[in-house]
Write a protein that binds this ligand. Structure first.
Ligand code: GUN
Length: 290
């Protein structure tokens, strides 16, 4: 069993971005600039956005954090996005999800200029991704691809089972893994809360992507010997032994599943770190394409 180490791979990606950013700046090009909007004070969202902003600094990007109250109206958030769309210095815009219930996420995502859509959530970006055209790929699926590529994991002709059908992870990774590309060329099964015989389907999988957000959901009896397991879960669970008062748990029962796997991602230290590295890649590319 080999660990797919998000720390090592994300650092390699960030090092490469840092070198490219320094070279671009030396050549007189502008500094990539990511603007993040955080609405409200959801603890997990605070942590994610703080890591994204810190990672921008690490690779030499400029970043702006726009904090808005969770009582904000949809119209006010739209105005904030329009300002960032019009700001020539801003290359990438990300609106951290989830948003408060008075705001339509679909409407907000659809208003981000597609050239600045570094989260890859705009219908234009998703449409291009489905057609295999160059575009921004959502950060978590993109991070998973970078991880599979780094470890040269054979994906061609493999049966990949994706558990979860969210717009952010499950749906896009299922499309990407079925593309005629590397990593890709998988036969993909998408499973969700209405799937019958989930265990039997998982037992047929060469690759499992667990992206449903239920801690410890994927147990050893659902995984065949030598499978590749990618754990996308990052749920906070109460843990009084931790200073923060919580621990981060993945969707996989790691202790019992790992011994059966050829490769597995840990949580923390796996896919989460790759998401940030992929977001930086998208931001660098957004700047280059200007
Ligand atoms: N919330 C959970 N994951 C993500 C992500 O990748 N991007 C944004 N903007 N919000 C999220």
């Amino acid at each position: 069993m080999q660990i797919l180490d998000g720390k090592i791979v994300s650092q390699a990606v960030k090092d490469a971005i840092k070198i490219k950013t320094e070279a671009a700046k030396s050549a007189g090009k502008k500094t990539p600039h990511l603007a993040a909007i955080l609405v409200g004070s959801n603890g997990a969202s605070e942590t994610y956005v703080a890591s994204k902003v810190k990672s921008c600094e690490e690779v030499g990007f400029k970043s702006s954090l726009i904090r808005l109250a969770d009582t904000i109206t949809e119209a006010e958030l739209i105005t904030a996005i329009e300002e960032l769309n019009a700001d020539l210095d801003v290359d990438g815009i990300l609106v951290q999800l989830p948003l408060p219930k008075q705001i339509s996420e679909a409407k907000i995502i659809g208003l981000i200029h597609p050239d600045k859509d570094v989260d890859g959530f705009h219908p234009m970006s998703i449409g291009k991704m489905v057609q295999g055209l160059p575009t921004f790929i959502p950060a978590t699926p993109y991070g998973i691809l970078l991880m599979l590529e780094h470890y040269k994991i054979d994906t061609k002709g493999k049966h990949a089972v994706v558990i979860g059908r969210s717009n952010i992870v499950g749906r896009p990774i299922s499309i990407l893994l079925s593309r005629n590309a590397y990593p890709g060329n998988c036969t993909v099964t998408v499973c969700h809360s209405h799937t019958h015989n989930l265990k039997e389907i998982c037992l047929q999988a060469d690759i499992i992507v667990a992206a449903l957000g239920i801690p410890g959901f994927l147990t050893a009896d659902m995984v065949k010997e030598n499978a590749v397991v990618v754990d996308v879960g990052i749920t906070r669970v109460k843990d009084d032994t931790k200073k923060s008062g919580f621990a981060i748990k993945g969707d996989v029962d790691f202790a019992n599943v790992a011994p059966k796997c050829s490769y597995i991602t840990p949580v923390p230290g796996g896919v989460g770190l790759m998401t940030i590295a992929a977001l930086l890649m998208n931001t660098f590319n957004a700047c280059e394409q200007k």
